[in-house]
Design a binder for this molecule. Structure first.
Ligand code: G3H
Ligand code: ZN
Length: 286
């Protein structure tokens, strides 16, 4: 069964560690993530973006894939399945499908509208024991050194009062690869928000932030760190290396077998996640 993560993330917030939220894309990603979690005996959140769901054939296919792999791999650590950056309709769909957590991302709306829609999602989700993540401020989209729009303390209070279970805040963080002249995370704002609300805080754009900054953010109240690009880079690098080293073997050793071609990249994701778990300080459940 899927865990809604409420205990997991509240415990993380209270005890100043974080649990990774890793985006899946397909069978290989799903298995690589579950394997790293099981080997390290740590709880894990797997998340599905709208784009990844489309790629896999929809939110139901993605959910079935994760659940079937939990069974097939005999996974015994808690797994949270989260919709990542969902719009209102996607959040409702994933609640109906039985995702154990949904993110409603209303950052493009006015604050009032974002809050109103978030409240509707909270009501629908909580009736079913599903947890909700909301977003305040804006996560940058690789367009500049400053990151997106800083979340305000006032918004943090309003969304915490609305009953969200996790809160994603814009604190200078950026999705994708960070620009060379990136200004870094805004720890002053993070601290102000963390002092004002006790809800677990989420750091989006977790790939490529220097280790000391990730650790400092966690010490201040970040309890969930979202990682997507890091695994894509790890997969790409290992796959490229393998292709270059084996380019002459295509026919000789059944070098065209996709199970061989995809293995190095898949293993690189597991290795990268194990490193990340150390950074985040995610404790083993045993
Ligand atoms: O919601 C997903 C994340 O914020 C991932 O960001 O691709 O920069 O690691 P990233
Ligand atoms: Zn994100």
């Amino acid at each position: 069964y899927l865990d809604n993560g409420n205990q997991i993330f509240q415990d993380a917030r209270k005890n100043h560690y974080a649990v990774g939220a890793y985006n899946t894309n397909n069978l290989e990603w799903t298995r690589a993530i579950l394997q790293a979690a099981e080997e390290t005996r740590t709880p894990v959140l797997i998340q599905v973006s709208t784009g990844a769901a489309k790629y896999m054939g929809g939110y139901k296919v993605a959910k079935d894939l994760v659940e079937d792999q939990i069974d097939a791999m005999d996974i015994s650590v808690p797994v949270v399945l989260n919709l990542d950056h969902g719009d209102f309709e996607s959040a409702k769909e994933c609640i109906a499908l039985g995702y154990s957590s949904v993110m409603f991302d209303g950052h493009a709306l006015s604050t009032e509208e974002n809050l109103a829609k978030t409240k509707e999602i909270v009501k629908l989700a909580h009736e079913r024991g599903i947890s909700v993540e909301a977003e305040i401020g804006k996560i940058g989209e690789n367009q500049g050194a400053d990151g997106g729009e800083l979340a305000s303390v006032e918004d943090a209070k309003a969304f915490a009062e609305a009953g969200v279970d996790k809160l994603a805040c814009g604190i200078g963080n950026i999705h994708g690869v960070y620009p060379a002249d990136w200004k870094g995370l805004n720890f002053d704002r993070l601290k102000e928000i963390a002092d004002a609300v006790s809800v677990p805080l989420v750091l989006h754009g977790g790939s490529g932030i220097p280790e000391e900054q990730v650790k400092k953010a966690i010490s201040l109240g970040i309890s969930k760190v979202n990682i997507n690009t890091e695994f894509q880079l790890a997969f790409q690098e290992a796959t490229r290396k393998y292709f270059e080293a084996h380019k002459d073997e295509d026919k000789a050793n059944k070098g065209y077998d996709p199970r061989k071609l995809l293995l190095p990249g898949t293993e690189a994701i597991t290795a990268s996640m194990k490193e990340m778990i150390k950074w985040l300080g995610t404790p083993s459940i045993d």
